[in-house]
Design a protein around this ligand. Sequence first.
Ligand SMILES: *Cc1c(COP(=O)(O)O)cnc(C)c1O
Length: 439
Amino acid sequence: MKFYSTHTSLHKVSFREAVIKGLAPDQGLYMPERIPVFAKNYFDNLHKKTFQEIAFDVAQAFVEDEIPTDALKAIIDQTITFDAPLVEIEKNIFSLELFHGPTLAFKDFGARFMSQVLGYFVANEKREVIVLAATSGDTGSAVANGFLGVPHTKVVVLYPSGKVSDIQEKQFTTLGKNILALEVNGTFDDCQHLVKQAFADPKLNEELFLTSANSINIARLIPQAFYYFYAWSRLPQKQPIIFSVPSGNFGNLTAGLIAKRMGLPISHFIASTNANDSVPTYLKTKRFNPKPSVATLSNAMDVGNPSNFVRILDLFQSHFSSLASDLSGYAFSDEQTQSAMQSVFKQSGYILDPHGAVGYLGLKEFQSKNPQTVGVFLETAHPAKFKEVVESILQINVVVPEKIQAFLLGTKKSTPLAVSYESFKEELNPNHAIENRLV
Ligand SMILES: *Cc1c(COP(=O)(O)O)cnc(C)c1O
């Protein structure tokens, strides 16, 4: 299978190259040249397969022979080390809990698969590959935990000092081994700018093997299709199924649309957003007007210009009516999010995090117009990840899972960094710095 760039479909690369490059040279996003389709009877026995077996089938449909069967099985086993249970919280409403991984958010699936795949592809490289990750919190922890101990790789996380939560910071500063945390005396944008400067520096890229763990990497997208198949296979009723996806950069939703194209019988998707509503607005007005992001309770979805939107347009060849027949979009305020969290807790005792609550609201809205449908919303983060917010809204104590408590006990190790490209380069390439000093 080859992968093309959403900008110029003529430029096609292997899976390996798409993973290592991340972004295409023309700044487009990689897409598979065709969407593999499973035979109808494949779905008859899906409920008998394990999560790992299902994930393997989906992955292999894209990876084909670029990774041999045994190696791909090992990659899947390292990726899926935790379950994604379905919990029926009301009649015909299921929560798909994607937060049982090491950093308590669905990004663990993408980050773990990508780190294993990249580790496989660079295993025979003489040079170590350096993964650069600028983070405002969540991506850094998922990526660092995914790459921890993967041979031939080193992760450099850049994060804005004092601007990430205590839990988030501990999740990438206490790991050690092949994870280096640079605590930048600046903002998230400064961190991202330093990373961009490094990629745009031809000399540095000659000296070092740099790559990014950006959320647009195709190896983060593919594993997000796994759990749509798995969830469908575990549902008691099969028709018609609706998925509501709380969305920010729209990677999760794109993976769901791809799963449907592969033959998975999903009847409709809902793009559920907070006040950052450029996609729901597009679905209403046919006009896509990205706006600067606004801060909300569901802050991992505060994205004004979703990077995967081009992939969605590409899947539907910008054909609005076919896109609109697969996808509806609704946006919700923080007040609506809070009252959904309160009413669900009161009714069933189920604790939604603010992101899952937006997904729940989207599903409710759709079902109010389409009764009798069975729906799943993606619960993308553990409520303990947003402990203070959830506790103040629900007036309860949220128990932090043991694996996170272990992080909190660890000792933070980070290297302070000024917003200076020269200092950043010295951290990346210590030998280079010594040479410079000698001159
Ligand atoms: C990243 C994130 C989202 C948004 O996912 P996208 O794929 O960017 O749309 C939703 N919820 C949580 C908790 C996240 O961390």
